[in-house]
Design a protein around this ligand. Structure first.
Ligand code: KG4
Ligand code: ZN
Length: 391
């Protein structure tokens, strides 16, 4: 089955064409036929964060060119002699009435190229920024109408989970039950999973997400958005130079009996230090970054290990942009090796940890394979979409 994945939940616009076969298990395999991504990070860096309407406009501008790029890589960008839009132009105009930019960029493509060999379209329908999600959904609906192929709505977080389970076109070999640690710009959750597609959330952040905390602290240190990689780099430099931080942040909720997290207090502590020492020297920034990253890593690792032991998980699946963090990866791996629980760590390569459309295509594939298609009229964006158990 060939699945086109579309991702626009935050600040990455991405399109990916995947060919996959087999059920979730040893006989599953896939190839990436075409993959295109545009990050708005540098644009949002100017504003210090993601503004939903700026993100929406950028998605609208980039989706059609990215689609063409991905299809071209796949050898599926074939010129068409007969414009096949015809009567479909009317429903398309209706569908995209509130997406004039998308309409303007999509129509010239649709008028010029043949329907590619695609069996289904998978699109992120949440969680994320609703205006941003809607562009992707409407784009997917337009293609679904024109090409006559079915739609699948994909939970973005499930995309992260599924991608972490893959390696080199196959499923990694591991056993359930698994514990998923989802750490991104919008989410921080621990999810227990008895089987593929079964999700039980056992803890979540009560305020800021882990990635959001990295981004906010970076802003306090005058570092660009997204802040995670910059904080991480400063902390790594501090470790390499054996700099001792004069600061120590108590890892928030480390001792609480539940699996919840809280990161907004850390940001407040950093703000106080930043204000008291303004302007911050580079040395001071390194010390703060080091102490901050240590605190975040400590609480993420401690709670994950405790959950692995309590729930008897055989695998720990880490997903979301913060899983690109080298220090957190290393600490988690070490803690798992030291623990009696001996669970296997499943982590995506750093370049696939942040948002992309491959994860959406793969998660969508398993839904499509089970016939869980979305109704075109009913498919809508849900900014707070929760991981749902498969029927
Ligand atoms: O999953 P993702 O690409 O988008 C969301 O779904 O939110 O995650 C983006 C988040 C940002 O907050 C970014 O600062 C963080 O992931 N991030 C990192 C690193 N790379 C990205 N955080 C810490 N260390 C990193 N190396
Ligand atoms: Zn994400």
């Amino acid at each position: 089955m060939r699945i086109l994945g579309i991702e626009t939940s935050c600040d990455e616009t991405a399109v990916c064409l995947v060919e996959a076969r087999g059920d979730f298990g040893a006989d599953f395999s896939f190839e990436v036929l075409g993959n295109a991504l545009h990050s708005q990070a540098s644009l949002h860096a100017e504003y210090g964060g993601v503004f939903p309407n700026v993100a929406k406009r950028e998605h609208a501008k980039h989706l059609a060119p990215l689609l063409m790029h991905a299809l071209d890589q796949a050898g599926e960008l074939q010129p068409s002699n007969d414009a096949f839009l015809g009567e479909l132009l009317i429903p398309l105009k209706e569908l995209l009435a509130r997406e004039p930019e998308l309409f303007a960029s999509l129509i010239p493509y649709l008028a010029k190229f043949k329907k590619p060999a695609v069996d289904a379209i998978a699109v992120t329908n949440g969680p994320g920024l609703e205006p941003a999600l809607w562009v992707g959904i409407n784009f997917a609906k337009a293609l679904s109408i024109i090409w006559g192929v079915p739609l699948v709505g994909v939970n973005h977080m499930e995309g992260h989970v599924v991608l972490s389970m893959m390696d080199d076109g196959m499923l990694k070999s591991f056993d359930f039950p698994a514990l998923a640690l989802l750490i991104s710009g919008g989410h921080t959750e621990l999810v227990f999973s008895k089987a593929f597609g079964a999700y039980e959330r056992i803890g979540e952040t009560r305020d800021d997400a882990a990635g959001e905390a990295f981004d906010k602290v970076a802003r306090l240190l005058d570092l660009p958005y997204p802040g995670g990689p910059h904080i991480s780099k400063l902390a790594a430099e501090a470790r390499a130079e054996a700099i001792e931080s004069q600061f120590h942040f108590t890892p928030p909720m480390l001792k609480s009996k539940d699996y919840d997290f809280s990161f907004s207090g850390l940001k407040t502590e950093v703000r106080k230090i930043a204000e008291a020492n303004s302007p911050l020297s580079q040395e001071m920034k390194k010390q703060i970054a080091l102490a901050f990253e240590n605190a975040v890593a400590e609480v993420l690792v401690a709670k994950t290990i405790r959950a692995v032991e309590e729930y008897g998980a055989s695998a720990v699946v880490v997903g979301g942009g913060v899983s690109a963090n080298a220090f957190i990866r290393e600490k988690l791996q070490k803690a798992l090796s030291d623990s009696d629980a001996s669970a296997q760590l499943l982590i995506p390569p750093a370049e696939l940890a942040t948002d992309n459309a491959l994860m959406i295509a793969l998660a969508g594939y398993f839904h499509a394979r089970d016939g869980r298609y979305a109704d075109l009229a009913a498919l809508s964006a849900n900014g707070n979409l929760k991981l749902e158990n498969r029927a």
